[in-house]
Design a protein around this ligand. Structure first.
Ligand code: PEP
Ligand code: MN
Length: 337
């Protein structure tokens, strides 16, 4: 349940008592000139009616899903702005760049080409969560500095992953949008930490997370006070071995029904194969996704990570042209630099 109260009434304690007597766990959020109370428990019509009659209560939204603030019952649509990128409410944006920041020159070159093709945000991992401790772990702070420098010279906003609650503030100083990767979607300490940051969050779905778990992860961030969230479907682990992951486009269409948050798709990790990236990117645009995240490398065969799923700048530019045509049919506006 969500209860919206006017700030003018100092009657919140009575409402909280009523909720706790009825077995609900409540959280209070102060938002603009309203007080929002989220209450988790078994919703009964009589309780909704009783709350509605209490002084200071403006609205009671009976939501019986475990996620409340991210639910469509709470809000129709959210738009998230990151520099020149806009996600949601009819706007579609593309994030592109290498899997990892490797060196300044290569990052600058890739950034120039994705910008020219129409991407509005540059991606690149400085802290890389690798399955093997022997794999390239990222350039860390040096990588963040390179991202910032390239952002200054190209004007592209930066999306980069934060893997550790202790580095959230540092990453937030350099990035325009903080990425929570698939491996960290269940890291609740990290989710609570990014909720405190005044920067948009790109929340990837865990590789074995249900849709509900994904939305609950977003609920952590929203409950902590950060409403600027973009969800990213990046494929789930299935029995299929021909592809790295199985891109769950069901989830994209369904989450657009369940939540007001924008949803984008990462077909690079979703397939693991550059040849499948463009077809799945086009399908995502056609079905109503609010954007894409695509790995691009000037020389994929020499990439330090995820080269086999990275598009060349030429293939990326070709994809951008096709996306523009597809989005025209769907009525969405593609944001270009
Ligand atoms: C990435 O975006 O480079 C990445 C590590 O993605 P994921 O968390 O989806 O595996
Ligand atoms: Mn990658």
């Amino acid at each position: 349940m969500i209860i919206i109260m006017s700030r003018a009434y100092p009657l919140i304690e009575r409402v909280l008592d009523k909720l706790s007597q009825s077995g609900f766990t409540s959280h209070v959020i102060h938002s603009d000139n309203k007080i929002i109370i989220t209450a988790a428990g078994a919703v009964r019509d009589e309780l909704v009616d009783a709350l509605m009659r209490m002084q200071g209560v403006e609205k009671v939204i009976a939501i019986d899903t475990p996620f409340k603030l991210v639910s469509k019952a709470f809000k129709a649509q959210t738009q998230v702005n990151v520099g020149k990128a806009v996600f949601g409410k009819g706007a579609f944006s593309v994030i592109a760049g290498p899997c990892a920041v490797e060196n300044y020159e290569s990052l600058l070159e890739i950034a120039g080409s994705v910008k020219q093709a129409g991407a509005t945000l540059l991606r690149g991992g400085a802290f890389k969560p690798r399955t093997s401790p022997y794999s390239f772990q990222g350039l860390e702070i040096e990588g963040l500095k390179m991202l910032k420098d390239v952002s200054k010279s190209t004007g592209l906003g930066i999306v980069t992953e934060v893997v550790d609650p202790r580095t959230v503030d540092t990453v937030a100083q350099y990035a325009d949008m903080l990425q929570i990767g698939a491996r960290n979607m269940h890291n609740y300490t990290l989710l609570k930490e990014v909720a405190q940051v005044n920067k948009p969050i790109l929340l990837k779905r865990g590789m074995a997370a249900t849709i509900e778990e994904w939305l609950m992860a977003a609920e952590y961030i929203m409950l902590g006070g950060n409403e600027q969230i973009v969800l990213c479907e990046r494929g789930i682990r299935t029995f299929e071995k021909y592809t790295r992951n199985t891109l769950d486009l069901n989830a994209v269409a369904l989450v657009k029904e369940l939540s007001h948050l924008p949803v984008i798709v990462d077909p690079s990790h979703g397939t693991g194969d550059w040849k499948l990236v463009s077809p799945l990117a086009k399908a995502s645009a056609a079905l109503g996704a609010d954007g894409l995240m695509i790995e691009v490398h000037s020389c994929p065969e020499e990439a330090k990570s995820d080269g086999n799923q990275s598009l060349t700048p030429g293939n990326f530019a070709e994809l951008m042209d096709k996306l523009t045509m597809i989005l025209e049919c769907t009525g969405k506006k593609i944001m270009r630099f």
